[in-house]
Design a protein around this ligand. Structure first.
Ligand SMILES: [Mn+2]
Length: 325
């Protein structure tokens, strides 16, 4: 037996039946990394499937998604690969199917992981798993087809906010150049993901903007979408999200809160900040969490929550103005 630790590529090479899983409610990076890898492993003559029981219809234009499986067919298989998933509780594969894998490897860019992988390729500085995967494929001299390039491009485009978020680097742009050179269909990806909205979602956007509540001279903006409203517009869960950014981008907004009623009668609050107000601190005071610019929590009492959010923002602003005077 070799004393050298086996690499991710060693595990792939020695495996024949392989399943790829990602996080539930997969985004562009999860879908892009899973299917780019699936196509690469098919070219290596592996028996490989992606486990993805559900995904947004926004991604239906990608034909390989039809081949996604709900569960593992075999009693045992060689390798489970998790991409873009750091939380074992949010993985797209059943726990009993995880237990059937002889080995588990992970491709990820999250800081912490609860996945007990045999080997992993993780870079928390990397803006998208698809960027990490691109380098892995190149380093291992695996040919990147036009279809694979499209998936990798989609993951990088979505996780970097179209090459605009802070973790985007010159290397990200260079890799995008390489992927476009390989034939990535960036026109269709942009059209379907960034430039198309369902009518019901457009109506929800209109409602949110017309009915937003403005506090502290526009420094705080909030909107509430009740279950009744969402039902009347025909908005399903996945389309009911993403409204907070429209409030945040309005000039002068320091904190935006979008409050959405869930099936269980509870309310989900998502916060977005321009960076001066720490959304995560506010969310954690309600038992939630997140980052400075984006955080969330659940609540039962909408009116009380609104008041508390305003008070917390006032406290921060007063503290800042006292400090500067
Ligand atoms: Mn990602």
């Amino acid at each position: 037996m070799s004393i050298l630790k086996k690499t991710v590529m060693d595990y792939i090479k020695e495996s024949q039946t392989i399943y790829i899983a990602t996080h539930i409610r997969p985004d562009g990076d999860a879908i892009g990394s899973a299917f780019a890898l699936c196509l690469a492993l098919k070219d290596m003559n592996k028996d490989v499937h992606v486990i993805m029981p559900s995904y947004s219809s926004r991604f239906s234009f990608l034909k390989e998604l039809n081949e996604a499986k709900d569960k593992v067919n075999e009693a045992e298989y060689d390798l489970l690969i998790c991409t873009d998933c750091s939380d074992i509780a949010r993985v797209s594969i059943e726990q009993e199917d995880i237990a059937k894998a002889k080995n588990i490897i992970a491709f990820d860019h999250h800081k912490f992981s609860s996945i007990n992988a045999t080997a992993m390729l993780v870079d928390e500085k990397c803006p998208a798993v698809c960027q990490l995967l691109y380098k892995f494929l190149i380093d291992n001299s695996i040919k990147i087809s036009k279809e694979m390039a499209t998936y990798l491009y989609m993951g990088i485009m979505t996780d970097t906010g179209s090459f605009n978020y802070e973790r985007t680097t010159a290397e990200t742009y260079r890799i995008a150049y390489e992927l476009v050179s390989l034939g990535a269909d960036f026109v269709t990806v942009c059209k379907k993901i960034n430039d198309t909205v369902k009518e019901c979602k457009a109506k929800l956007m209109a409602y949110v903007l017309n009915n937003m509540e403005v506090y502290l001279d526009g420094k705080v903006r909030m909107a509430v979408a009740t279950k009744e409203l969402l039902d009347s517009l025909g908005v399903e869960k996945e389309d009911a999200e993403g409204m907070t950014n429209y409030l945040r981008m309005i000039e002068g907004t320091m904190l935006a809160a979008y409050i959405r009623e869930e099936e269980n009668g509870k309310f989900k609050v998502s916060l977005r900040s321009e960076g001066q107000i720490d959304s995560a601190v506010i969310a954690s005071s309600f038992g939630g969490g997140g980052h400075i610019r984006a955080a969330g929590f659940n609540t039962n009492d909408v009116e009380d929550t609104k008041k508390q959010i305003i008070t917390k923002v006032e406290e921060v602003l007063n503290f800042e103005s006292n400090r500067n005077s």
